[in-house]
Each structure stands twice: as C-alpha cells, then as structure tokens.
Design a protein around this ligand. Sequence first.
Ligand SMILES: NC(=O)C1=CN([C@@H]2O[C@H](COP(=O)(O)OP(=O)(O)OC[C@H]3O[C@@H](n4cnc5c(N)ncnc54)[C@H](OP(=O)(O)O)[C@@H]3O)[C@@H](O)[C@H]2O)C=CC1
Ligand SMILES: O=C(CO)[C@H](O)[C@H](O)COP(=O)(O)O
Length: 470
Amino acid sequence: MNHQLYDFGMIGLGVMGRNFLLNVADDGFAALGTDINEESVRALNAEGEGMNVKGVHTQKEFVELLSKPRKIMLLVPAGKIVDTVIEGLLPLLDNGDIIIDGGNSHFDDTNRRYEYLKTKNIRFLGTGVSGGAEGARRGPSIMPGGDRSAWEVVQPILETVAAKVNGEPCVTYIGESSSGHYVKMVHNGIEYGLMQLIAEAYDILRRVGKMNNDEMSALFSQWNQGRLNSYLIEITASILKMRDDKMDGHLLDVILDKAKQKGTGKWTSQTAMDLGVPVPTIDSAVTMRGISAFKEFRQDMSALFDVVHPEAPAIKGEGLAAAVEESLYFSFVICYAQGMHLLAEASAELKYDLDLEGVARIWRGGCIIRAALLEKIRQAFGGHPELKNMISADEFRDELYRSRDAITEVLHLANERGIPTMCMSSALQYFDAFRSERLPLNMVQAQRDYFGSHTYERIDQKGVFHTQWD
Ligand SMILES: NC(=O)C1=CN([C@@H]2O[C@H](COP(=O)(O)OP(=O)(O)OC[C@H]3O[C@@H](n4cnc5c(N)ncnc54)[C@H](OP(=O)(O)O)[C@@H]3O)[C@@H](O)[C@H]2O)C=CC1
Ligand SMILES: O=C(CO)[C@H](O)[C@H](O)COP(=O)(O)O
C-alpha cells in the first residue's frame, strides 16, 4: 500500500506545536503530528481538516510516515520529557535524521543532548521559538542552533514558516551547540524586563496620574504609534480596555497580582552572574515576580506600614504621560542593551560566535519582544560587529543622556508616593553606573583588604598591594 510521506513532523500538539504544524501545512509542506494526549491528536485532525496535515497516535506510525532524512520538531514541556521523547524515538530513527527541540530547554541540557545525539548519528538543533500561539500559527521568530548540516536541510521550511520583516525571514542559523537556546533564553530575559517595565509605567500612570484603564489604554495605543511601537505595548493597550465577563468592570482589576514563571528569566540572571555580566533590569524583573508571590506577607506589611504621603496630589495631563513615555523608552533601550551585552560576552566565553546584528534582525518580527527599536539595534550592531554594549552606540548615546531628566523626575514622583519601580530604577542606575568614570568601589576594595588581606591595586602605581590597616 502506498502511504503519503510527510515533510515535517511535530511531537507535542499543545499551544505551540499544533499552531506551528498548521503553519507548516499552510505553507505547502505535508505536516504530521503526534502527542501523548489523544485529545490533542484529535484536535489537530479536526482543525486541520482539508489541509495537508495529519495527527497519528503512535510514535511508530509517526516515524514511518516521515520522508527521510526525517525532520522532527519537539514542542513538549522542557525538562525530562524532552529526554523521554528522544529516548523513545532513537530506536525508530535512521542515521542522519534530524531532531529539533523547539521548546524552552536550558542550554546545559541542549549541550548534553547535542553531544549525546552525535554519538547516535542523529543531527540535533536546539531551537528557540517565540511568538506564543499566534506567532506559531502565523509566523514566529525562530532561533536554531546546533548541527549546521541539519539547519541546511530544514532551512527552506523554517524560512517559509517564520515571520517576515521587509521580506526577510525572522530565522537564521545562530551557531554551534546550544547557541539557539541560549539566545532564546536571553530573549525571554529581555521579555521579563520589558513586561515589568510596562507594569511599573502602568502603576505610575494609575497612582500618580490617577488615570483610569480606558485612558491608559488610549495612551498605550498612542505610544504604540511612536518609538515605543512593539508587541508588548500593543497588547497592553488591549489588556487595559478588556471588560470582565463575570462582573461589571475591567478584567485587569480582578486579576491576582502574583506572577508565575517557568524559569527562563531566572536562567538569564543566573548565567549573567556566572559570566560576570550585569543585567540588573532583568534581575529586578525576576525579583519582582518573586516578591509578587509573597502575597500574604505583602498584605501583612501593607497593614503594618502607613501609605506614604497620601496627600500627594494627582499629577494630571500630558506632562506626566510624556515623561513616563520617555522613561519607558529609556528603560526599554537599557533592557535590550543588557541582554545584548550578555549575548556579546557569552558569545566569546561559550564560543558561540554570535552575529548580534543577525539576532536583532530576527527579533524584529514574530517574537514577543519584537519592537520598532530592534531595527535601530540591528543598525547599531550592523556597522560595529565589535560593539558589546549598545549604550555607547551613536544610535542611542545622545537620546539616553537626554532622557535622564525625565526618568529622574518620574522616579522621584514614584518614590515620593512609595510606588515600587525596581526595574525602571535599575535602568537609570545601570546607565549612571556605567557612565561613572570613578565608582566608590575603591571603598569595597579597601574593606576587602582590611578584613581579609585580599589586596588591592592602585591608580598611581602598577602592582598588587596589601596594607596593615589597624
Ligand atoms: N506557550 C508559549 O507561549 C510558548 C511556549 N514555548 C515552549 O514550547 C514548549 C511547549 O509549550 P506549550 O505548547 O505551551 O505546552 P503545552 O503544554 O500546551 O503542550 C505540550 C504538549 O506536549 C504533550 N506531551 C507531554 N509529554 C509528551 C510526550 N512524552 N510525548 C508526546 N507529547 C507529550 C502535552 O500533552 P499533555 O497535555 O497530556 O501533557 C501537550 O499536548 C515548552 O518548552 C514551552 O516552554 C516556547 C515559546 C512560547
Ligand atoms: O517563551 C515564551 C515566549 O517567548 C513563553 O511565553 C515564556 O517562556 C513565558 O515564560 P514565563 O511563563 O516564565 O513567563
């Protein structure tokens, strides 16, 4: 009996996998999926009726129906499940077949799997995919790293399904081993930072400007027409105006203020610490999710401490809105700068040989952190492949400096009223720390030498010194 063979296979037909596979089928490739969950297989077959897509219930049938070399993407929950799926596949595969892990796997796991699968003659691509359900369905940003020959095989498919900006696909070969998952992790770290910065801007507009949700929605929509144009600003405008379907009022007002996390933001902070690269805006975003989780303690504390300056007047009008917009833009630039700086250092340290212009290019569309600003970031790195921290780039230097006054004023208004702005404050602090020729860390060095004979260097003589302080 003649079976149709399928071009591309997907294991894991949840939010991402089902949508990605339908996207593959839309683009003219024969697409095959399977999932441990029979309902998900049925859902794919129902949604894909009339398209060249099919869901099957067993891995054996799945593998048999794929054309060789098999191109199999996994979009299953990150962690042990990925290893389990790979182990289940191995006896069924042939030399040279390709496994693409499209989930948010930790880069250490990806390194291990890459090396392991080499010993099994299976080509492996650790691949970041971003864009959520809508991106997966209509065109995500895709960050593949690992076996270059595997990339060359899947390139036509991934380039077709990826988002396009000015006709350019938002996918490129990132580099060896775990580089694709590393870049996706940093993407998510930036995502955490931008989301928290927006949350802080919303809090300031609400509590300093006493703006209501509909007014803020209109303001975010207006900002989305300007230099803050981005996916996250766009969805914030929509979120703010959404009415609740269970009671009168806005949905946002009844959402519990405890943010969950799956780990990619925390991993970004952890690797940044390991490499000695400061990413305080990302760290602060992770910390704020942590603080948000202590809801009961926060309730107790808010009963214990009085509201700070309840008499502080509302500051209405365009002045506040313009200053918050400028603060947010400043903080966005700093947040991207921290992520890009981490990538630049990781590229050297972990031997990824990253093309940072290419990374900025494929983040311009499809992904959660897509923004007009990324075109400017692409240009900054394009002309200067040696650039590590874009705050010094011509594209940003002057405007960052000019925005200092606005963000200082906004943070003053927030501090006066006790409004937490950990992320926005960290952005200003980062900028001021990096533009300080002399920091007070001479004091830290003296203290270290005082109590632990850790030695210090001098500004006027070469060498390493120790003083008998007392
Ligand atoms: N959701 C998002 O916006 C994004 C998610 N990601 C990443 O993509 C990956 C998938 O996420 P998402 O689609 O949201 O997750 P979902 O939980 O929606 O889908 C995962 C699917 O995999 C199935 N599955 C679990 N174990 C197995 C197995 N052993 N064999 C076959 N199928 C299995 C699940 O079945 P069951 O339901 O029965 O458990 C489920 O249908 C994750 O790594 C996630 O971090 C990346 C970018 C964006
Ligand atoms: O990868 C993604 C988008 O690019 C996920 O949506 C993101 O990982 C969500 O993370 P968290 O649950 O930690 O907020």
